[in-house]
Design a protein around this ligand. Sequence first.
Ligand SMILES: NC(=O)c1ccc[n+]([C@@H]2O[C@H](COP(=O)([O-])OP(=O)(O)OC[C@H]3O[C@@H](n4cnc5c(N)ncnc54)[C@H](OP(=O)(O)O)[C@@H]3O)[C@@H](O)[C@H]2O)c1
Length: 292
Amino acid sequence: MKTLVTGGGGQLAKALLRTTMGGHEVCVHGVETLDITSPRQVDDVVGCMRPEMIINTAAFTAVDDAETDEYSAAKVNDQGPGILADAARRYGSRLVHISTDFVFDGSSRRPWLTTDPTNPISVYGRTKRDGERAVMDSGLEEWTIVRTAWLYDGTSPNFFSTMIRLMNERDEIEVVSDQTGTPTLADSLANAIWCLVESGTTGMHHWTDSGSTTWHGFATAIEEIARETGLLKSKTEIRPIATKDYPTPARRPGFSVLDMTKTWKALEGTRAIPPVDWRENLKKLIKEKVHV
Ligand SMILES: NC(=O)c1ccc[n+]([C@@H]2O[C@H](COP(=O)([O-])OP(=O)(O)OC[C@H]3O[C@@H](n4cnc5c(N)ncnc54)[C@H](OP(=O)(O)O)[C@@H]3O)[C@@H](O)[C@H]2O)c1
């Protein structure tokens, strides 16, 4: 299947390339060659390539910066997906668009369903929610939106690589322990996206690794596994702190675990790998030194 992937410099686009399945002709564009906020450039690229599938991973992902640059965040996270959906409709492509757990306000006590009402509490979350609506309201029939959470790989700037750097530099760090979510290896999301593409699944979906933890729990697991495997030489004390003691420009949901039942039902019987416990995927990344 001829597939166009946007956001080529980002961690999910790289994971999609690493996990490509046979039978896909994949063309990845970074912002330099395909700025999704430019209707003309989108029209040129989609019109010339005529992809059967567009996977939009491009986004303004600097959650705190979005608070003071709503214009740029909205342009990429809201207008961009609308422009892509419009091109997909005109050229007969399907569209997979990636969204986020930050569309929810964090108030639930059980994992969020795809049908739960959104109520973002940050500019980033609001612009991503508006991007979902832009896709759904575009008139494109075959769209798939996949919300995910706490994405990481071994090399991109993310929580994992920041923790490894800090743990190499310090013998004590403080990490927030009252936000709960699911760390998700970029490659396992990429694999699920390819399976959604191949199975022709449409609609709203959730995909993360399985289980849940806090940022403090995630940092503690990184420290333990990295020390076991020799990636870290000495112990770092990880002290839990409350969100109120670590003020950031953007508010973040206190509980953003996503329910994947609907998506796994859609994928059962395909070559999709069932959701793997987040800690197992973390071990795999560190032990196999995949991209570390
Ligand atoms: N990372 C997470 O924890 C997380 C969690 C939940 C959902 N998501 C969603 O998952 C998707 C993939 O995230 P990711 O972690 O791969 O993000 P990422 O690493 O920040 O990659 C996003 C890419 O989009 C590019 N981009 C920015 N503006 C663009 C534009 N106008 N046109 C084309 N490309 C543009 C960025 O380029 P520059 O770097 O040059 O700006 C970057 O390479 C996004 O939709 C994100 O909202 C991510």
